[in-house]
Design a protein around this ligand. Structure first.
Ligand code: SF4
Length: 154
């Protein structure tokens, strides 16, 4: 048996969307370093697995206690609901194996709902807004909202 077998990267639902807008900022240097390494691998084409709960990003997060996100008192339940929403928008389910490019191609169709439901209130929005990807998505939202009025969106 080869000892070179690498474990696949595991990412939870909302990270499958939010990491496309990473701008090099995070909770601390270790967290940012880990994020950069994950992105480097998936952007190079390494397949990832969709997981439930704490993932390879969470593992260096100062808010992870055991397997729970304790960002604030309701975080664990709220983040799980967010993961579920993200997976629905990306048409993915737990244990799906997928590559980053495939997910990236689904971001435009997910973004208008995601930005309305989550980005508006997110404390990281100002950072995401600095990325070309976020600005591009915002441009698409403005164009498409002329065709699809908000009331048609769930
Ligand atoms: S533990 Fe919570 S705050 Fe930390 S990366 Fe995971 S989901 Fe985000």
């Amino acid at each position: 048996m080869s000892s070179l077998l690498k474990l696949s990267i595991k990412l939870r639902g909302h990270h499958l969307i939010c990491l496309h807008f990473f701008k090099g900022e995070g909770y601390n240097p270790e967290f940012v370093k880990n994020l950069r390494e994950i992105l480097k691998r998936v952007e190079a084409g390494e397949e990832l697995e969709v997981c439930s709960g704490a993932d390879d990003v969470c593992k260096t997060c100062p808010y992870l206690k055991g397997k729970l996100c304790l960002y604030d008192k309701d975080a664990e339940a709220e983040i799980r609901a967010m993961d579920k929403r993200a997976m629905g928008l990306l048409r993915l389910k737990i244990m799906d194996r997928v590559n980053w490019q495939e997910i990236r191609e689904r971001i435009p169709e997910a973004f208008h709902v995601w930005s309305e439901e989550y980005c508006k209130e997110c404390e990281w929005r100002r950072v995401c807004e600095k990325t070309g990807m976020y600005r591009k998505m915002k441009g698409l939202v403005h164009r498409s909202s002329k065709t699809y009025p908000k009331r048609c969106m769930k």
